[in-house]
Design a protein around this ligand. Structure first.
Ligand code: CA
Ligand code: CA
Length: 254
């Protein structure tokens, strides 16, 4: 269980020009403690002055842009070991955060917020870190692909849906992306990827149910598209960087 590829000493205050408080330093994760099952991070932020600060907190977003906890995570300058704060009143605010080993691998984003005594709230800094949950990673698997065998295009564009059912032993949230590449009749592969979505947006992407492991894409073909056999290679990649075996299908356009 380890954090890897930590950011360098990080110090990127933003939007502090109007405030009395100024960010002096933001923590970096060169050192961390960990237990057998979970890891602990100790984000902290130090200000040059705290006279007009009422409250300091952070939000942590997962690689999937979800908060790791529903509410704000308060930072304290109270000298409390429970907050990982070493010295009370030294203008450095801290928290101890448990990074559970069920969290997905990847880059997490911490945003630091301050509310001042006029109740104005500002995001004052942010940082990213790479989290390795210590579980052995297993490559995703494309279980099946659904697509028409043959499409007959008449006068008007024809819409159709392709979808891939994908599994990952580390959980569906470990799946970073599912895509296909195509080879048109009598042409080399373009290599460009078309993403499939598991967002439940049927209108835009043709996906019936969000987060069920079925990744979909609505496509359309016009009478102007070349007739012949199109090759589709579907692949999935997980957040640990492992890829599935490609699944190849052919669609005949008449
Ligand atoms: Ca995996
Ligand atoms: Ca779906």
């Amino acid at each position: 269980m380890a954090f890897s590829g930590c950011e360098k000493k990080f110090n990127n205050p933003v939007e502090t020009n109007m405030a009395v408080y100024q960010v002096a330093e933001v923590s970096s994760f060169h050192s961390f403690s960990h237990t057998l099952t979970d890891s602990i991070i100790n984000p902290s932020i130090t200000f040059t002055s705290v006279l007009d600060i009422r409250r300091v907190w952070i939000e942590i977003l997962t690689p999937g842009d979800e908060k790791i906890s529903p509410g704000a995570i308060s930072l304290y300058d109270n000298g409390s070991p429970a907050a990982g704060d070493l010295v009370k009143g030294d203008n450095s605010y801290s928290a101890l955060i448990i990074m559970k080993n069920e969290y997905v691998n990847g880059t997490y984003l911490i945003s630091y917020f301050v509310e001042d005594k006029t109740s104005a709230v500002k995001k004052v800094a942010s940082q990213t870190f790479l989290f390795d949950n210590g579980k052995s990673n297993i490559a995703p698997l494309i279980l099946s692909v659904s697509a028409p065998d043959t499409i007959e295009v008449k006068e008007v564009p024809l819409a159709f849906i392709v979808s891939a059912t994908v599994a990952d032993s580390n959980g569906l949230k470990d799946i970073k992306e599912v895509y296909f590449t195509t080879v048109k009749p009598n042409q080399p592969s373009s290599g460009s990827r078309t993403m499939l979505y598991d967002d439940g947006n049927y209108t835009t992407n043709g996906d019936g149910t969000a987060e069920d492991g079925v990744f979909s894409r609505a496509l359309s073909i016009t009478p102007e598209n070349e007739k012949g056999t199109y090759r589709f290679d579907f692949e999935a990649k997980d957040r640990g960087g492992l890829g599935s075996q490609a699944v190849r299908i052919y669609i005949v356009v008449k």
